[in-house]
Design a protein around this ligand. Structure first.
Ligand SMILES: [Zn+2]
Length: 176
């Protein structure tokens, strides 16, 4: 009975947090007279640009050249190997030594995201036994870790070099 109450309390807190953020986000986006004002459109475009670069392994500045040597995140030989420069706009990916160490913060956020996602599914859909669930999630996070690593580096790169149309179109003008 006691554990039941605890479980219920956790669910309420969890839902409250999710609800808080969803409300905040949607308020920002949809409170204006128009469904989506210019700022909101720009924000969505930034997210779309980051997703494009992240999912397709593309240079964050020009969206043309590759970032990781291998296109396959599960190519264990080249898992950590990032090209020196972009083949299209000559962007130097590792601006300073250990530039990609900062990607650890992003990696931490993505991993937390996996946990939150599975926690929500467990509570509202799956309802597995706690032990099975814990083992499954641990396994899942290990299996997707190469993907998490890749995405975290690409997102980190996107934080510093935003997509610019001119770099996409005129490679000859570009300098690192
Ligand atoms: Zn580039």
């Amino acid at each position: 009975m006691v554990t039941h109450k605890k479980h219920y309390l956790y669910n309420v807190i969890f839902l409250w947090i999710i609800n808080y953020y969803v409300t905040k986000l949607t308020q920002n986006y949809f409170e204006s007279d128009y469904l989506c004002n210019v700022n909101c459109y720009l924000e969505i475009m930034i997210i779309v640009n980051i997703l494009y670069s992240m999912l397709l392994n593309k240079c964050s500045r020009c969206h043309k050249g590759d970032v990781f040597v291998s296109k396959n995140p599960y190519d264990f030989k080249n898992m950590f190997n990032v090209l020196k420069t972009c083949s299209h706009c000559n962007l130097i990916y590792e601006r300073e030594p250990s530039f990609f160490y900062g990607a650890m913060y992003v990696s931490y956020a993505i991993s937390s995201g996996w946990f939150i996602l599975w926690y929500a599914l467990e509570n509202f859909v799956l309802n597995w036994e706690t032990m099975h669930f814990a083992l499954f999630v641990t396994g899942f996070v290990i299996v997707v870790s190469p993907l998490t690593l890749r995405w975290s580096r690409l997102i980190w790169l996107n934080f510093f070099f935003k997509y610019k149309k001119e770099y996409n179109q005129n490679p000859e003008k570009n300098i690192g």
